[in-house]
Design a binder for this molecule. Structure first.
Ligand code: SAH
Length: 261
């Protein structure tokens, strides 16, 4: 069976064996683990994972690929194939008896950010996640204060997880080759949140507002949410820009928002 890659499903199939080998060495998968692969495609990562003897669930949107996978792996009894949209899939149903899932995917780049947040809704049943993403997105996820890449995605992702860029992957490693550089990111959900946030919606609001005008000082960018005096009471300098604040600072600001009507 041959498959013509579909652009609308973000299909860029990995065909570089060195990269596949590097991914497998970094994830250190073990036979007694329960893995979930998102967007298995034609099985570039699925096949070596199955060879390790672990339990694997895969979620694939393209029905033609589901048929291809069912045929290719019909002998495998450690594989469960779900024909579904990962954005709507309830991953918590896969985790039985308090077990933790390890998640992997060479993700369709157009849905990668909403998909990561969807998964993080169920962070309690996730051990870790390894994703192939656009390098630009990985850089933003992992950036810290002071960096030009530091923004809403960095703060929100780092609230939920420890983040780490593992290595870059060039366009030629895929068929068809994407226009941009890719990278592998490791996300490990925190057991305990690193900061106290009373209301995630408020953290999201403060962070979005502060970075939507990132050249402005907090005094100006947060004017509609928090007054200058209140920012000072938190020991945060209101003449700073969003870029200078830590996750802890944003958490303090969001908790203050709670108290203002
Ligand atoms: N893992 C394979 C394929 C990567 S391409 C490889 O590395 O070669 C991305 C894959 O995600 C494709 O198989 C595509 O059909 C699938 N996909 C796209 N949108 C999806 C969605 N919403 N839910 C599940 N899978 C999706």
């Amino acid at each position: 069976m041959t498959h013509t890659p579909r652009k609308r499903f973000g299909q860029n199939f990995l065909h570089d064996h060195n990269i596949i080998y590097n991914i497998l060495s970094s994830i250190q998968a073990k036979p007694d683990e329960h893995w979930v692969e998102i967007g298995p495609g034609q099985g570039a990562l699925t096949e070596p994972l199955l060879k390790l003897g672990l339990r694997l669930d895969v979620v694939e949107l393209d029905r033609d690929l589901v048929a291809l996978l069912k045929d290719k792996f019909r002998q495998q009894n450690n594989l469960q194939i779900h024909s579904a949209d990962a954005l709507k899939f309830d991953f918590s149903t896969l985790a039985k008896d308090n077990e933790k899932l390890r998640i992997i995917g060479n993700l369709p780049y157009n849905i990668s950010t909403p998909l990561m947040f969807h998964l993080l809704d169920n962070a309690f049943c996730i051990e870790d996640m390894h994703f192939m993403l656009q390098k630009e997105v990985v850089d933003r996820i992992c950036a810290g204060p002071g960096s030009k890449k530091y923004g809403r995605l960095s703060v929100m992702m780092q609230y939920y997880c420890a983040t780490e860029l593992l290595f870059d992957v060039p366009p030629e490693s895929f068929d068809p080759a994407p226009k941009v550089m890719s990278a592998i990111v490791r996300l490990v959900p925190h057991q305990q949140p690193p900061v106290v946030v009373n209301d995630m919606e408020k953290l999201n609001r403060v962070v979005t507002q502060a970075f939507s005008q990132r050249r402005k000082t907090l005094r100006n960018s947060l004017k509609k949410l928090i007054d200058e005096e209140s920012i000072i009471t938190l020991n945060i300098d209101p003449t700073l820009r969003a870029e200078a604040l830590s996750l802890h600072d944003f958490a303090k600001l969001s908790n203050l928002l709670q108290e203002t009507p």
